[in-house]
Design a protein around this ligand. Structure first.
Ligand code: HEM
Length: 397
């Protein structure tokens, strides 16, 4: 029997993770699933779940067997298979090289200083609202070429792109899909207008660069340029917010790390990587099987949905020594927090840079960073995002 997915399993939490405690700390649950049911079919969500490092890697490195394509109106690089995927990715890569990203460091430092400095004398701040949310939004807006006056509008659209359903009913799912479609259309007409301007008068921003990009006579279509800008918002903003927050959450849960990183700031880049392993902003990645595939003794049939739990793979002791421990100087660190294979996160250099600048600045200016006592943490309601809704901190300076 072909159990074709009825809805996107990514939007429905797995049963074992329904409680708040489990969502705030899912890693114990992952460990049990990894040991007992490494590859299993979930009748409730109508998908397969894959929990071990080796199996997750196998799924992600075989796009011929496990497709990223969805029947969404606005296909983007993220939801495209080879050979089209390579063509899109090569074109945008020209604007997204590690070197081009590194050049943004001084401006990111300025933005981080602007957002952080009003709070130094107060001794407390709302980490997410004051810093971790606005920073990536401002950076992406400037990179793309969105005028500063449109930032609020831009942020609202960006938030709506990654919103989850209010419950797991079909109605809620339909409603969410319609809302997302409306939002996408608004964003598309907004970006189309900017694009038309840049076509007339190119500037140094990403939209102008993308309009000019060309490989072997192939250019991006207007639709592809707009689709790519929307993808950057959907893929880059909330993820980076959660990376920053998850990193600070680790520092306040394990305060000895603060002094260690202050004394050895050269370890901050490896500590950022370790955050992506230990508390990854994205814990699950979806694919659709294209053929019948045998995986760890189970037969996945063509058309079925497969969820790869990178959040679990990242704690697999078959791959990592002391897998349950945060090791700030872990090297090598083959975590899959940015995915693996051809869809490996295009924005990884940017996310790494933003997290590094923020941690350097916070550790330089703040001591004894803690979660404000009595705070009740609330997990983000999402099956594939790992993060909290608010994270108020206090510190001495
Ligand atoms: C792809 C995670 C930040 C742009 C991915 C994938 C993951 C990921 C897991 C692979 C998805 C898949 O295989 O289906 C993250 C995390 C981030 C982050 C954890 C922050 C900490 C960013 C940023 C940008 C970005 C800042 C852009 C500004 C993209 C794009 C793709 C992608 C365009 C699709 C690449 C492709 O399909 O070839 N990201 N991301 N991401 N990410 Fe990120």
């Amino acid at each position: 029997m072909n159990r074709a997915p009825r809805k996107y399993a990514n939007y429905i939490p797995i049963r074992e993770l329904e409680g708040v405690e489990q969502q705030l700390f899912p890693f114990q649950v992952y460990a049990g699933l990894r040991d007992n049911t490494p590859v299993r079919y979930d009748n409730h969500r109508e998908c397969w779940d894959v929990f071990r490092y080796e199996d997750v890697q196998y799924v992600l490195k075989n796009p011929k067997l496990f497709s990223s394509e969805r029947d969404r109106a606005n296909a983007s690089m993220l939801t495209t298979d080879p050979p089209k995927h390579k063509q899109l990715r090569d074109l945008v890569n020209q604007a997204f090289t590690p070197k081009a990203i590194e050049a943004l460091a001084p401006r990111i430092q300025e933005i981080a200083d602007e957002l952080l400095s009003p709070h130094f004398s107060e001794g407390r701040m709302r980490l997410i609202d004051d810093l971790a949310t606005p920073l990536p939004v401002i950076v992406i807006a400037e990179l793309i070429g969105v005028p500063a006056t449109d930032r609020q509008k831009f942020k609202d659209w960006s938030d709506a792109l990654v919103k989850g359903a209010r419950d797991d009913s079909d109605e809620a799912f339909q409603e969410l899909m319609e809302e997302k479609k409306r939002n996408q259309q608004e964003l598309a007409s907004y970006f189309t207008a900017i694009m038309e301007e840049r076509r007339q008068r190119p500037e140094g921003d990403l939209i102008s660069i993308l309009l000019a990009a060309e490989i072997e006579g192939e250019k991006l279509t207007a639709e592809e340029v707009v689709g790519f800008c929307i993808l950057l918002l959907a893929a880059g903003n909330e993820t980076t917010t959660n990376l920053i927050t998850n990193a600070v959450r680790i520092l306040s849960e394990q305060p000895e790390l603060q002094q260690q990183l202050r004394e050895h700031p050269e370890l901050i880049p490896t500590a950022v990587e370790e955050t992506l392993r230990y508390y990854p902003p994205i814990v699950a990645i979806g694919r659709i099987a294209k053929e019948n595939v045998e995986l760890n003794g189970q037969t996945i049939q063509a058309g079925e949905q497969v969820i790869s739990w990178v959040g679990s793979a990242n704690r697999d002791s078959a791959q990592f020594d002391q897998a349950e421990k945060f090791v700030p100087d872990r090297k090598p660190n083959r975590h899959m927090g940015f995915g693996f294979g051809i869809h490996f996160c295009l924005g990884a250099p940017l996310a790494r840079l933003e997290a590094r600048v923020v941690l350097q600045t916070m550790l330089r200016q703040m001591e004894d960073i803690q979660l404000v006592p009595e705070t009740v943490l609330q997990p983000i309601q999402s099956a594939f995002v790992f993060g909290v809704k608010e994270y108020p901190i206090q510190f001495t300076s």
